[in-house]
Design a protein around this ligand. Structure first.
Ligand SMILES: *Cc1c(COP(=O)(O)O)cnc(C)c1O
Length: 277
């Protein structure tokens, strides 16, 4: 895959994506991202249908989400539970709109996720698995989940240490309302494409290895990796779900450190958390 190795990150575009303000804008942005997904698939010998685009709507107002929905988005990713829950409540009229929670969850918010989410991509503790399972059973629902892995080695990032993932996955069959689909990661945020790529390779290798020993009935096929700045590299390394916000919705006003805080910094969801180390 010699061309693939040359793919660069697009972190230089950071903060420059124009705001989508009409259904037509959303349609164009989605088509442009989809074309890049297809191109990345073709140059790495993959079927474009093997990659799902998850539009990420965090921080964007309800009006913007409604435009995205009108442009064809029926599953939206949000990283803060309370924000997602508020939006879900406000958009009950859109019966075919579903929600993927992609950010860290505290056990005391598991009941919200159990009510409205159809997917949770940031599972990284047994306490959260237990809380979600209990709340889901009470609601008579089940949930697709992804185990979040810290592939960058940065202490500020959530997710399990790769060496702890196998033992963790082996405990998950105890939680029958959770349908374990695979793994999720946030790569290193860097303009150095090769270091970003190493994060994706690590997750794919881990998936390939754990698939061999997966508990009965657990398929572990999915790899949720890649975002606006790096999804083409992720696809070259096997991603099956790319989570794309800014390239579809437009730039967010605040730096990413706000959304992926180091312990407690600037994030009301995480500040004063009893769960942080
Ligand atoms: C915000 C976010 C994304 C999308 O990032 P963009 O730069 O907007 O594409 C992907 N994954 C997670 C976990 C996020 O919080």
């Amino acid at each position: 895959m010699s061309e693939a190795i040359g793919t660069q990150t697009r972190h230089d575009k950071h903060g420059l994506y124009p705001q989508a303000t009409s259904v037509e804008d959303f349609k164009q942005n989605i088509a442009a991202v989809q074309a890049r997904i297809t191109a990345a698939c073709l140059r790495s010998g993959r079927d474009p249908a093997s990659v799902r685009l998850l539009p990420v709507s965090k921080t964007k107002p309800e009006s913007s989400l409604r435009l995205a929905h009108a442009a064809g988005c029926t599953l939206l990713g949000e990283n803060k539970v309370q924000e997602a829950y508020r939006k879900w409540e406000a958009m009950q009229d859109l019966t075919n709109l579903h929600w993927s929670v992609i950010g860290h969850l505290q056990t005391n918010k598991a009941k919200l996720v159990a009510k409205f989410a159809s997917e949770f991509q940031a599972l990284d503790s047994l306490r959260v698995a237990e809380a979600l399972d209990r709340r889901l059973q009470a609601e008579g629902r089940s949930l697709d989940v992804f185990v979040q892995v810290n592939t960058s080695g940065e202490v500020s990032k959530y997710g399990l240490d790769p060496k702890d993932v196998q033992a963790f996955v082996n405990q998950l069959p105890a939680f029958s309302a959770l349908r374990v689909r695979g793994f999720m990661t946030l790569a290193l945020f860097s303009a150095e494409a090769e270091r970003v790529r190493q994060c994706f390779i690590l997750l794919r290798n881990l998936r390939d290895q754990l698939r061999q020993s997966a508990p009965a009935g657990m398929s572990l096929d999915e790899l949720s990796m890649g975002m606006s700045g790096d999804f083409e590299i992720a696809i070259e390394e096997g991603s099956t779900i790319v989570r794309v916000g800014q390239a579809i919705f437009g730039a967010r006003p605040l730096p990413d450190s706000y959304y992926w805080p180091t312990a407690g910094a600037g994030d009301p969801d995480n500040a004063a958390s009893s769960e942080l180390p």
